[in-house]
Design a protein around this ligand. Structure first.
Ligand SMILES: [Zn+2]
Length: 69
């Protein structure tokens, strides 16, 4: 029983240390601009890349064109 508890704790610790939160740039594929930085949970040692997400400006445009249908 006690051994299982220790195993559980060590697994939890290793899982926590393997992940780290990094700030990565968020690129809008519509206008090709980095519009914000996002907290991103990445595996430790893993290269951080940009992420793609529509910016509020383009979201408005897209939403606006949808509404005018
Ligand atoms: Zn945009």
């Amino acid at each position: 029983m006690a051994q299982d508890d220790i195993k559980d704790i060590t697994q939890r610790i290793s899982r926590d240390t393997l992940k780290e939160v990094k700030k990565i740039p968020v690129l809008c594929p519509w206008c090709n601009n980095v519009f914000t930085l996002a907290d991103y949970q990445v595996e430790q040692g893993k290269k951080t890349e940009v992420t793609h997400k529509i910016c509020p400006k383009c979201l408005k445009k897209v939403k606006g064109s949808d509404e005018s249908k």
